[in-house]
Ligand binder design. Structure first.
Ligand code: FMN
Length: 408
């Protein structure tokens, strides 16, 4: 019996991705750092939250749409930027087409394998992502290029600290593909003829260059060349963040916040939105799951800027939980990468439909007519689930102690 190419959960997309991709490509998407504790907690924490469904008074019509940084979206879900999608011959263009067909905004990584101009043609609702890498002049040039291509917002990702070791080992990734590399990687690739065939049919070889980081008129650097530039760049200060925001001049999303004090400083630096994120468990391992940190950050700055979340979202129910705890929307990373690997553009559409279906069921079962009505009362939150990092506020008991004995 022929298997239905449509999959019904993201877990099934991941299983298919594992079967289809060469081991090194699959491992590059699994990523993670050190013990993998954060990567696991990002997902496990969603399962610790329960729903509190209502039984009568459901709404026949439900509105899942919202806006992110002023851009309308059919779902409170944004494609998170991920680097070099050698997973599929169409790469980021396939993702962009899928996002456009489902009315969802796409975030494009500066480490992407396709030029921003090409991706913006497929999905004009595009946000461009930048790291703090290179000189100020090169950053201005990269922002100008993205703006000229039509990017509607800038995503600046700051939660990366070059932690490379993993207990399960890192895949070998070549710097460029030539005959010698092809032969070296043959044992990894030949057992995956479906993946090879997809590239052969498209007339492309997996692209390991990063065209959006090319100097004007210059060749695209290799992934590792660009990574080297980033490693050698002195890390930014809050003044640098404020400078970037000024230079961009439009909607600005800071990605990678875990602490309340950082969220407040980001607001002072003038950001329009932030994402509670730990880079999908790829930054400092043992950082707690983003969903545990969201409520405190949303309480602190949600009235001033849009608060988003990414990390561990695999189901529509996860989207509903994040919104109930204060997120305006979520970003998804591996979920769509598994879809892309499993079935190209259709696979990404499949993932977005899974998230839509799961979110719609949650909104229905919780008795709401819109995603904007989701709130903490929709959830069973276990004691100790919410965590606050970097709060300058003293817990009530310590504050009372610090104030000294009260006159009774
Ligand atoms: C393979 C891979 C590549 C990534 N590349 C980037 C990138 O280039 N820029 C960026 O801002 N985040 C990058 N991220 C982080 C994602 O944007 C996002 O924060 C993370 O994947 C969310 O977690 P999730 O995969 O559990 O959804 C990457 C993540 C993965 C797994």
């Amino acid at each position: 019996m022929r298997r239905n190419p449509w999959f019904e959960t993201v877990a099934e997309a991941q299983r298919r991705a594992r079967k289809r991709l060469p081991g090194s490509v699959y491992d590059a998407l699994v990523a993670g750092s050190e013990r993998g504790r954060t990567i696991d907690d990002n997902m496990a924490a969603f399962a610790e939250l329960g729903f509190a469904p209502r039984v009568v008074g459901h709404h026949a019509e439900r509105d899942l749409s919202t806006t992110i940084l002023g851009v309308p979206t059919a779902l409170p879900v944004l494609i998170s930027p991920t680097g070099v999608q050698a997973v599929d011959p169409e790469g980021e263009v396939a993702v962009a087409r899928a996002a456009a067909s489902r009315g969802v905004i796409m975030g494009l990584s500066s480490f992407a394998s396709r030029p921003v101009e090409e991706v913006a043609l497929a999905q004009p609702d595009l946000f461009f992502q930048l790291y703090w890498s290179g000189t100020r002049a090169t950053m201005v040039q990269r922002m100008d290029r993205a703006r000229a291509a039509g990017a509607k917002a800038l995503i600046v990702t700051l939660d990366w600290s070059f932690s490379h070791g993993r207990d399960w080992g890192s895949p070998a990734i070549p710097d460029r593909i030539d005959l010698r590399t092809a032969l070296r990687f043959a044992p990894d690739v030949l057992p995956r003829p479906g993946w090879l065939w997809r590239f052969a049919r498209s007339g492309r070889v997996p692209d390991l260059t990063v065209p959006n980081l090319a100097a004007p008129g210059g060749a695209a650097p290799t992934f590792f060349g660009a990574y080297g530039e980033w490693m050698q760049t002195a890390p930014p200060t809050w003044d640098d963040v404020a400078w970037l925001r000024e230079e961009w001049g439009g909607p600005f999303l800071l990605k990678g916040v875990s602490r309340v004090d950082d969220a407040r400083r980001a607001v002072d630096a003038g950001v329009s939105a932030l994402s509670v994120s730990n880079h999908g468990g790829n930054n400092l391992d043992t950082t707690p799951a983003t969903i545990r940190l969201l409520p405190a950050i949303a309480d602190a700055v949600g009235g001033q800027v849009e608060v988003l979340l990414d990390g561990g979202v695999r189901r529509g129910g996860d989207v509903a939980k994040a919104l109930a705890l204060g997120a305006r929307a979520v970003l998804i990373g591996r979920a769509y990468l598994w879809g892309l690997a499993a079935n190209g553009q259709t696979g990404v559409e499949n993932v977005l439909d899974i998230l839509r279906g799961g979110l719609d069921s949650a909104v229905l079962g919780l008795g709401h007519s819109s995603v904007h009505e989701l709130g903490p009362g929709d959830l069973a939150v276990p004691p100790g689930f919410r965590l606050t990092l970097g709060s300058e506020e003293l817990p009530a008991a310590r504050a009372a102690h610090a104030a000294g004995p009260t006159a009774a």
